[in-house]
Design a protein around this ligand. Sequence first.
Ligand code: SF4
Length: 423
Amino acid sequence: MRALLLEAGYAEVADAADASVCVVNTCGFLAEATAESLEAVLFAAEEDAALVMCGCVPSRYEGELEQELPEVDAFLGVHEEDRIVEVVRGLVGPAEIDPSRAHDFASFEGFDPLVLRTTGQSVAFLKIAEGCNRRCAFCAIPLIRGPLRSREAKDIIREAKALVRSGAREIALIAQDTSAWGHDLEGRPTLASLLWELARALEGTDTWIRVLYAQPEGIDDALIDALAHAPGVVRYLDLPLQHCARHLLASMGRKGSREAFSGLVAKLRERVPGITLRTTVMCGYPGETDADFEELCDFLSETAFDYVAVFPFSPEEGTRAATLGDQVDEETKLEHTQAIRDLTEAIGFKRIAERVGTVVDAIIDAETPDDPDGAWLAHAAFQAPASDGVIHVNGPVEGVGSRARLRLVDAWCYDLEGEVCDG
Ligand code: SF4
C-alpha cells in the first residue's frame, strides 16, 4: 500500500498532524491485538486528516464497524490492499494510478516485487503464502485470511533477488504455515524444494535464508535435509507446537503428542547439528488440567528449546474453542503462563550464556551510538530478527548490512555482547 501510494504521487510525512490522510493497518488475530488496533485508530482520529482503517480488523468484523467507528472514513480488508490509491483519491483528491499495476493479492498472480520495506535494510521478511487450510479450534486466522494460497516459486525467487539487490542480507520466509507451502500449487512443490531453489538463486550473495512459522506436521526428512545442507539456509527452526498433551492437541484439531514432538526435536538436533529451535505454547486451553500443565512443564524442561513464546488462551469470537466447556479461569491461565515463562527463560538464558567465549558470524543491523552497551546491533544465525535477542557490538564494523566475525564476551537474558575479531 505504501509503495502504491508513493508511486501514485502521494508523499509520506513523519507526523500525523501534517497528514491529509492517515492509513492505519491493523491486527485482529487476538482480542488484545484488536483492542490495540482500535486504540491506534482512535488516536489517529484525533487528527484532522481523513482516516483509512486497513487489514485484519476490518476483514474480521466486516460490516460491523461502520456504525461503531464513524470517525473512520474508509475500511479496507486484507484482500483489498490494491484499492488503497482509489480510496485515498476519493478522500483527498485525485492522483494518478496506472491500472496495469493493480495487483491480484487473492491469487498473488502478477505480484510485482515493488516492496518498500519497513524493517531495516539488513533483514527482509518475505511472505511465501497467504491463508491457512488448517482449522485449529482456537485460531481466527483462517476466518480472516482465508484458505492457503501459495505464491509461485518463481515470484518468490524474483522478490528475494530484488530484496538482496536492495541490501537485504537475510531473507526470513513467513506465512501462516510455511511448511504447508506449495500444497495448493500444481505439482505440489514443497518448502524443501523452495529452499533449494532459493539457495541456488542466491548463491554467491552471502545471504542467509531463515524459515519461520513451520507447523510440525509439515516437517519431513526432505525439509530437515534442506535445513542441514542447503547453502545459506540457517540452522534454525521456528516450530509452533502449542501444547504436548495429546487430548488437548486433538481438541485443538492438531496432530501430535509429547512422544511425537520429543522425537521430532531429537531428530532435528541429530540431523541438523547445532540447530536453534523456537516454539510457541499456549496455557489454559479449555480442558487443560493441572496434570496437563505439569506435563507441558516437563516437556519444555526436557526438550530445552532455545526460545519459547507463551500465551494465555484467548477465546476468540467465531472460533470453536471459545464455545467449549471446561474453560480455565483467568487467574490460573495467567499464573501458568508466567510459570512457563519463568521456566523457559531460565533454560533460554542458560543456553545463551553457554555461547559466551565462542566466535560467530553476524549481520550488522543497526547503529546505536547512544547505547552504552555497544555502538552497533547485530544478530547471529541463532537469533531470528525481531523475535530473539540481539548482539551489542563494540569495535570497528563496516556499517549496517555488513558481516562481522564476533567473539561473544558477555550475556544478559537473551542478549549478548560481542567484540569484532579476525578469526
Ligand atoms: S496452523 Fe496456525 S494459522 Fe493455521 S489455523 Fe492453526 S494456528 Fe491458525
